[in-house]
Design a protein around this ligand. Structure first.
Ligand SMILES: CC(C)(COP(=O)(O)OP(=O)(O)OC[C@H]1O[C@@H](n2cnc3c(N)ncnc32)[C@H](O)[C@@H]1OP(=O)(O)O)[C@@H](O)C(=O)NCCC(=O)NCCS
Length: 203
């Protein structure tokens, strides 16, 4: 179990600039984000996260090489049935053989990352990562994944595996943490998500 961690994350300057100046206090430049492990009953809170995203580039993995192609894409909101599927899957390994870390702004869950332990000897999987659209580019995923890495390391894992959405944001984020495309994708994960970018991080 990780201790509760309170983080003061910097708001993007434009988030302040976008607010009209009214009165002496126009914008809080920091947001308090609390990071903590979620109890199984809290996993349903993930349905509050806006996962929508738009992009113009799709990445493709060939061995360890990534190619990009221009293609407009849009990820629609996830409906209640889709979130129930996620919750059911997470309940299958949290807390028996994994952890779900949540990032809260007040009582609202604005990000989640899940860890499945020992899917191979010495290898844990970063199974899911979502940050609410309005809270991106403020370090929420960085804080969540740093927590996941620490948990994996303290459990004895030497490698962390992720099957990443083939978007610049997801892959750009994982590269920013030191993940790299793997030459040895895990067969069942590759079969399940053949279009993803399969990446690992040495812990
Ligand atoms: C990918 C995602 C989790 C990143 O979350 P985030 O909280 O915005 O990430 P951070 O603010 O911690 O970003 C850290 C670094 O990652 C990289 N990064 C993040 N978003 C990026 C983007 N859109 N394009 C390129 N690089 C990006 C940058 O290097 C960034 O540092 P910077 O902001 O100082 O430039 C978020 O965009 C998201 O939830 N997307 C939708 C769901 C998804 O794709 N999940 C991953 C599934 S495997």
């Amino acid at each position: 179990m990780v201790d509760r961690v309170i983080l003061a994350l910097l708001l993007q300057p434009d988030a302040c600039a976008a607010r009209p100046a009214r009165g002496p206090v126009t914008c809080h430049r920091t947001a308090m984000i609390e990071l903590r492990a979620l109890a199984p009953d809290e996993l349903r809170l993930a349905a509050e996260i806006d996962v929508t995203e738009d992009g113009t580039v799709v990445l493709e993995q060939r061995g360890t090489t990534l190619r990009s192609r221009q293609e407009e894409w849009h990820r629609p909101p996830r409906d209640a049935a889709a979130w129930r599927e996620f919750e059911a899957r997470w309940r299958g390994f949290v807390p028996a053989s994994g952890v779900a870390l949540g990032a809260f702004e007040g009582t609202r869950l604005v990000g989640i990352a899940t860890l499945r332990r020992a899917i191979r000897p010495g290898l844990d999987q970063l199974e899911a990562l979502f940050v609410d659209r309005a809270h991106r580019r403020r370090g929420v995923a960085t804080a969540l994944v740093a927590g996941i890495e620490a948990l994996a390391r303290s459990g004895g894992a030497r490698l962390l595996y992720v099957s990443a959405t083939p978007s610049q944001s997801a892959v750009g984020f994982y590269e920013s943490r030191g993940f790299a495309s793997t030459i040895e994708p895990i067969p069942e994960l590759l079969e399940h998500e053949p279009d993803d970018i399969h990446m690992t991080l040495a812990l």
